[in-house]
Design a protein around this ligand. Structure first.
Ligand SMILES: [Zn+2]
Length: 138
């Protein structure tokens, strides 16, 4: 069962995502989303910006460390504002692997690039193993 977030929680999530500082704010003089500098094919941002989840619903639901939580508890973790970042449609899809363009095209974010509050989220929510799988140490 999937529990939808109450509207105030999803709007808080979105606002926090858009306020987040981006590692490379501009590429080729155009505003770059948080994910843009991690694109191995250097694709430029495309489409409107939206809030992405550093850790998605499915990942959290399948995470062994979180087994036994209620759907409400999982929803609160998923929509924790520290789990939010600003991504254009293009990079958000690639980050979530929905638009893979072949070998070597996956958008991979190294662990060392995660913002401090995302690390805090990982520690507080007890998901270090999930973080290791999602964000390589290289
Ligand atoms: Zn982008």
């Amino acid at each position: 069962m999937i529990v939808k977030p109450p509207p105030e929680l999803s709007s808080q999530f979105h606002e926090q995502a858009m306020r987040r500082e981006r590692p490379v704010p501009f590429i080729a003089e155009a505003p770059a989303c948080w994910l843009a500098s991690f694109d191995p094919l250097k694709r430029l941002c495309k489409g409107k910006w939206e809030a992405f989840h550093f850790f998605g619903k499915q990942e959290l639901r399948n995470c062994p460390e979180l087994r036994g939580l209620t759907p409400e508890e999982l929803m609160l973790i998923e929509w924790d504002a520290r789990n939010a970042g600003p991504g254009c449609v293009e990079h958000h899809r690639r980050f979530d692997n929905l638009a893979d363009a072949g070998p070597g095209s996956a958008l991979v974010v190294p662990r060392s690039s995660l913002p401090a509050d995302v690390e805090e989220f990982i520690a507080e929510r007890g998901i270090p193993c999930l973080a290791e799988r999602r964000f390589p140490l290289c």
